[in-house]
Design a protein around this ligand. Structure first.
Ligand code: DX5
Ligand code: ZN
Length: 216
């Protein structure tokens, strides 16, 4: 799977100026926004509940990739699908019923991803690899924007790529991704790049162009 995709993370945008920050991305070739849900329990922060995700989905003309940093994510999955969310990822560490969660997302018609924290080994995915559309490797501890990418992660991306083999599964990275490390993430095997603070700390045109150039 070689289709590179840059996915701006809404968490990094200025919520007070959301449309101004996000709408220009549409004309710059962005079709999927990454939207973080945080419950203040699984991660030490709170962001976007299902009601806000639904409100945002109504006003922003993008596909949504919702990253559920919440315990027992299964209970919110139906609300997200009802809101029209196209991609949903759940943390392996946040549920005792990973397979059930994946199956629910698929049954309701969305694409399913599994997220691994930096300390969780990729081998733990081996039993569900045939069920999922993407794996999100956290490249920082989840819950905050603006952190530095965890350098040992490159080896983990490559190990995941090997584990995936011929399967059509995208490898997504999230946390500290910027113009200086996006190429190394891609060379290690990632093809979906979530970008938060780097994306929204300059002009969108400049940021996308810089990231795309770095990927060449
Ligand atoms: C962090 C979130 C990220 C966050 C990334 O836990 O999952 O999506 O917005 O922000 P940056 O790119 O600033 O690390
Ligand atoms: Zn995220």
């Amino acid at each position: 799977m070689v289709n590179n995709k840059i996915m701006p993370s809404l968490f990094g945008a200025d919520i007070g100026n959301l449309q101004k920050e996000v709408m220009p991305l549409k004309d710059l070739g962005i079709d999927i926004l990454h939207v973080d849900m945080m419950d203040g329990s699984f991660v030490p922060n709170i962001a976007f509940g299902p009601t806000q995700v639904a409100d945002l989905k109504r006003i922003l003309p993008f596909q949504f990739d919702v990253h559920m940093m919440v315990e027992n994510p299964e209970k919110f999955i139906p609300q997200l699908v009802d809101a029209g969310v196209e991609y949903i990822s759940i943390h392996e560490e946040a549920t005792a019923h990973l397979l059930r969660g994946i199956q629910l997302i698929k049954k309701l018609g969305a694409k399913a991803g599994v997220v691994l924290n930096p300390g969780t080994p990729v081998e733990s995915l081996s039993m569900v690899l045939d069920e999922i559309d993407y794996v999100l490797l956290m490249t920082v501890n989840p819950g905050l924007g603006g952190q530095a990418l965890y350098q040992p992660i490159y080896k983990k991306i490559t190990a995941l790529k090997e584990l995936i083999g011929e399967r059509e599964i995208n490898i997504q990275v999230d946390g500290g991704v910027n113009n200086e490390n996006i190429k190394a993430c891609a060379e290690a095997g990632a093809n979906w790049f979530v970008v938060g603070s780097y994306m929204f700390s300059g002009s969108a045109t400049d940021r996308i162009a810089t990231l795309e150039n770095a990927l060449k």
